[in-house]
Design a protein around this ligand. Sequence first.
Ligand SMILES: NC(=O)c1ccc[n+]([C@@H]2O[C@H](COP(=O)([O-])OP(=O)(O)OC[C@H]3O[C@@H](n4cnc5c(N)ncnc54)[C@H](OP(=O)(O)O)[C@@H]3O)[C@@H](O)[C@H]2O)c1
Length: 268
Amino acid sequence: MKSVERLGFIGAGNMTQAVLSGLSQAEYKMDSVLVSNRSPQKLEALKESFGIQKAKSNEEVVDQSDIVFLAMKPHDLKELLPGLGKSFISSQYIVSFAAGVAMEDLSEELPLCKNIFRVIPSSPNTLGMGVVGFYAHPEALAVVKEIVKNRIQSLGHLIEVESEEQLDALMVGTSSGVGFVYEFMQIWQEWLEDKGFSVRESQNMTIETFLGAAQLAFKSDKNFVDLQNQVATKKGVTAEALESMRSMDLDRVLRVAFESGLLKNKKL
Ligand SMILES: NC(=O)c1ccc[n+]([C@@H]2O[C@H](COP(=O)([O-])OP(=O)(O)OC[C@H]3O[C@@H](n4cnc5c(N)ncnc54)[C@H](OP(=O)(O)O)[C@@H]3O)[C@@H](O)[C@H]2O)c1
């Protein structure tokens, strides 16, 4: 291996771009970063944006890097590892972004490595926002864990979990969760459109409402119930609508949906 800490990325998609963006803002030495990708276009774009080095192959990334980010879709990773896994050596750190690939599977394919980390991103990470899930191999070294966390910290709010069950729940709640929020936003927008607002007005009002509520909660030390009580005066409009939602078991609908996401993840 050529340098003290060389970062390598297999996959030049959204998540790699998000990590590179954070590293670049932290003035990391970008020309020491090596990236490979299946198709050439994204690689060229990353070279232009960040000044990274393009690798000729995935093997070159594995051969030349101290920390290897596996930043591809789960099915692509599952196809790649049986051929490439044995090239990794014990001193390397591996960071997998693939939600559907468990630590046991990674360990099996990377038999020499203990410093393996699973990271669950969410789409707001491309803006440096949202939650990032982090789970370390039980035998990973504490010092290595801190190095890896440091390299991905710009992605968003990092939550380390102690078990993969928790990581799966985090994935449903915060990564799939972004998709669930959009489901609500779509319903909000359509209702406003039904009441005569234009598509643009309805979308903007919806975004501002969610953004405002989230920012208010973020900046406040009150819990959600207290914040809700500030809006919902007894026997008023908000209280009436909330009562209607609760009478139709919104809570149960959402919990069943979350659990079905968890079940699907187990079957992947
Ligand atoms: N983006 C998100 O918001 C988000 C949220 C939650 C979880 N994740 C997870 O994070 C991981 C990365 O997501 P992403 O959004 O960055 O994916 P992405 O934009 O689709 O990027 C994946 C990249 O991997 C490349 N690739 C696939 N197979 C390859 C191979 N064998 N060798 C080299 N490169 C290969 C693809 O190349 P091509 O140019 O050929 O497509 C593509 O550029 C995924 O596991 C995803 O499920 C992402």
